[in-house]
Design a protein around this ligand. Sequence first.
Ligand code: FAD
Length: 381
Amino acid sequence: MTELAQELEEFRAPIARWVDERLAPQAEALDVAGEFPHALFREFAELGYLGVMYPEEAGGSGVPHPYSCFTVLCEELARGSLGFAAGVCMQGSTATHTLYEWGNDELRKRWFAPALRGEKIAAFAITEPNAGSDAAALRTRATRVDGGWQLDGSKIFTTNGTVADVITVVATTDPAQGARALEMFVVDTSTPGFSVGRRLDKFSVHSSDTGELHFNQVFVPQDHHLASEQGGGFRNAYQALTVDRIFTAALALGNARAAFEAARRYAAEREQFGQPIGKFQAVQFKLVDMYTKLEQARLITYDAAARADRGESITVQAALAKIVAADECHAVCQMAMDIFGGYALMNEYPVQRFLRDSYFPRIGGGTGDIMRLLVARQLGL
Ligand SMILES: Cc1cc2nc3c(=O)[nH]c(=O)nc-3n(C[C@H](O)[C@H](O)[C@H](O)COP(=O)(O)OP(=O)(O)OC[C@H]3O[C@@H](n4cnc5c(N)ncnc54)[C@H](O)[C@@H]3O)c2cc1C
């Protein structure tokens, strides 16, 4: 085993234990409740893992390979509940990444450090009802006012959005200028004019909070405008989202591992024609194909994370990891459904949850086709 692999297994073990003892046994109940799991989120935050991506001097864990370790964390949590993992992933990555990377000392003290302790819930909002894949077409308007900015507009699909204390909001200072006019602002959700439209009711990742948000003359003080060079807001948001793709791939992997393990156990227990169905070669081959897909997803995801830890560019590798992990892991969940036969359709078996949740990594952080578009551009096509 390499030194890095050894380090990651040591990092993984206590998280895997917490997932087995605390998260997995509650996953079905969390899915049915369909609410943000405040108590469990706090319990997990107290273990100190929300700061894995950040150095010790900033209040983080200071692990030597933060991207690889956070990949482990996302994978393990998703093995218990992808919905729960998605909220944690947002908190420990994109939402805090923007505060850490482009926030001033005051912002870091007021929002970033408490978010790492789980005392404040953080979110990141770029998507709007009419601007999804084409994020640069967003219309939430930032207007200069005395002492800062005023935000007006709406966001949709914001993870942690209805429970957030603080949201990094991407807005435009001039819609006619597209991506060049985008800037990021940190919004305290207790500010007058901010409101939650609704908590969205979903087919997938029930225990992840997904909100529709409104901004009506919301005042943002100047020191809550995240630093950027002229027009650099889009580039910065894009950088945060690029990193997040590795973790979304890890979410897919963890969820599919749970589906594979459930199918493997079921194949050993369920008997038909006088023997366990796992004795039939057709079922064995299916399980081997599932295992192959998991290995492909695991290798490409951890390779992207290791490249990020080495400081290499990950634009292409993160997109490829998300394509492979999201697609292959979705296929693993579909194959698990087949192995469970009619029981797959029964809500008392978790396999239908694994399949439902496997749609999220295909969309969150950019759809598979947008990832392909991005790689095509990098290939000069
Ligand atoms: C559960 C959930 C959580 C989310 N969390 C967040 C969050 O925390 N913050 C946030 O800002 N956003 C979040 N999102 C939004 C997510 O990033 C968007 O849903 C995603 O980028 C796709 O946008 P859209 O849904 O508007 O689809 P559209 O952009 O309308 O795409 C519809 C279809 O058209 C295809 N398509 C669009 N353009 C092209 C093109 N140029 N070439 C080829 N195909 C194309 C897409 O691939 C897709 O198949 C979340 C979404 C979900 C479902």
